[in-house]
Design a protein around this ligand. Structure first.
Ligand code: C2O
Ligand code: CU
Ligand code: CU
Length: 481
């Protein structure tokens, strides 16, 4: 399979093969581009809401002013960057008429949803430029924060980076009965790093293809240097790491604690007090922050704190956005002591185990450039890598023991549970205790997950959600039969 898609890349790749070899031979590890903090004075944008039962939008190219610069962006719908927040109740049919007004093929993947294979944005299942496609399926997922983004083979990183992504929020009467902060007090926040100095072009070099494409600017909902005015009350924030490769260790200034209430697959069984949440690309966490006891005009930052485990990331702490308390409020909200039952999949119900080595060295050379394999294989749409039975339970292990890179592993079309982590951090983190669709393995870590395959027969992918790794082959197929 020919892995080169952009004419201009060929010479670039030939040139950097040497650089990669050199780096590998000497075991040198490069680091993520440093973040440059802004002044935190631009009001945060909140994406518009669209009813997923009756939705339509187009992927298009726009010119948008971001951080004072006019940039070429992609968006779903209204121009600017990103797309509307789709909302639906659990059990309802979604209906979205999607048109592709880009000049390249694209598709939409419903990250975290139990979508049928034909609707899931399989990498070669594309809507050509100028064409339309209707996404139509019943949303069975638990209430929670999901998201959507393009998924064309070898172009996911490029299209998502240039602006194509949006939230997908599922609710239910059971969730609404918990009376969690709603309306203006339920705020989705997608955190992404971009190279604003590069005009938002996606042009990874060898180093970017190895560790990921990092930007110096942190955008929240498309806003660099974002500030949000808040009232003295509790808010629900839905954090989504929508970056190509950057990991954030979210914390509040001065180590203020907050409550974790949800993970990738919706609400946890009970709230947990945390002072930080480490999210890799693709992962989400729902949190409650209580500004009630803070004096008016207090300024508080959401930051990314230092973390260890990888030589390429975590060695810089930086501010992500600012909250400013501007208004008194009467808030009768009481944090519920229990949220929503998380059914534990029992290990004894597992009928098979599979192991995947994600710690291989890069394959590189010739026309192929930098490649990231799983078990020595890179993505091939025509291959069936794993065949599983609908309704059956399996235990999968992602082994990054010998690796030097960070790999957030993601399975399409389902939610799983994390069973264990050996090596590295050595344990399951607070935000990994509910349902998950993406799990991070640092170098040195071996992570086991338990999966019950849904009754959606067909072919799906699983891959590393570092989008540079994904596009460089770190993706295999599983077929549900
Ligand atoms: Cu957000 Cu294939 O994933
Ligand atoms: Cu996905
Ligand atoms: Cu990876």
């Amino acid at each position: 399979m020919n892995k080169i898609k952009i004419g201009g890349m060929i010479t670039l790749m030939a040139a950097f093969t040497l650089i990669s070899c050199h780096k590998m031979d000497h075991g040198n590890q490069t680091t993520a581009r440093a973040v440059v903090e802004k002044s935190f004075s631009t009001p945060i944008a909140i994406p518009m809401v669209m009813d997923a039962k009756n939705a339509s939008f187009a992927a298009k190219t726009n010119t948008a002013t971001i951080g004072g610069q006019s940039l070429k962006t992609l968006s779903y719908g209204n121009g600017g960057i990103l797309g509307p927040t789709l909302k639906i109740n659990q059990g309802d049919m979604m209906n979205l008429v999607f048109s592709n007004q880009l000049s390249e093929p694209t598709n939409i993947h419903w990250h975290g949803l139990e979508a049928p294979s034909s609707q899931d944005g399989y990498p070669t299942d594309l809507t050509q430029a100028g064409n339309s496609y209707t996404y139509n399926f019943r949303v069975t997922n638990r209430p929670g924060t999901y998201w959507y983004h393009p998924h064309p083979d070898m172009a996911t990183a490029s299209q998502a980076y240039r602006g194509l992504a949006g939230f997908y929020i599922v609710s239910s009467p059971e969730e609404q009965a918990l009376k969690l902060p709603a309306g203006n007090f339920d705020v989705p926040l997608v955190i992404q790093d971009k190279r604003l100095t590069g005009g938002l072009e996606y042009n990874p070099d060898a180093e970017d293809q190895t560790i990921g494409f990092f930007g110096e600017s942190i955008l929240v909902n498309g806003t660099p240097g974002a500030v949000m005015d808040v009232e003295k009350r509790t808010y629900r924030f839905r954090l989504l790491n929508g970056s190509n490769a950057r990991i954030y260790n979210f914390a509040l200034s001065d180590g203020i604690k907050f409550k974790l209430i949800g993970s990738d697959g919706g609400l946890l069984d009970a709230p947990v007090d945390v002072s930080n949440i480490l999210l890799a690309p693709g992962e989400r966490a729902d949190v409650l922050i209580n500004f009630g006891s803070m004096p008016l005009s207090t300024e508080l930052f959401m930051e990314s704190a230092l973390f260890s485990g990888s030589s390429s990331q975590g060695n810089q702490s930086f501010k992500v956005m600012k909250f400013k308390i501007i208004k008194d409020a009467t808030d009768n909200f009481i944090v519920p002591s229990t949220l929503m039952a998380v059914e534990k999949i029992s290990e004894s119900s597992s009928v098979a185990s599979r192991k995947f080595n994600i710690g291989h060295m890069m394959v590189h050379g010739g026309m192929e450039g930098v490649m990231h394999p799983i078990d020595g294989k890179t993505f091939d749409a025509n291959r069936r890598d794993e065949v599983v039975k609908s309704g059956s339970v399996e235990i999968w292990e992602f082994d990054n023991t010998t690796g030097t890179e960070i790999h957030p592993m993601h399975l399409h079309g389902l939610q799983f549970q994390v069973l264990s982590r050996k090596g590295g951090r050595g344990s399951i983190q607070a935000w990994e205790k509910g349902w998950k669709d993406t799990v991070l393995a640092f170098p040195g870590e071996k992570v086991k997950i338990i999966i019950r395959f849904p009754a959606n027969n067909g072919k799906f992918v699983f891959h590393c959600h570092n989008l540079e790794h994904e596009d460089a082959g770190m993706m295999l197929n599983f077929e549900i039969q």
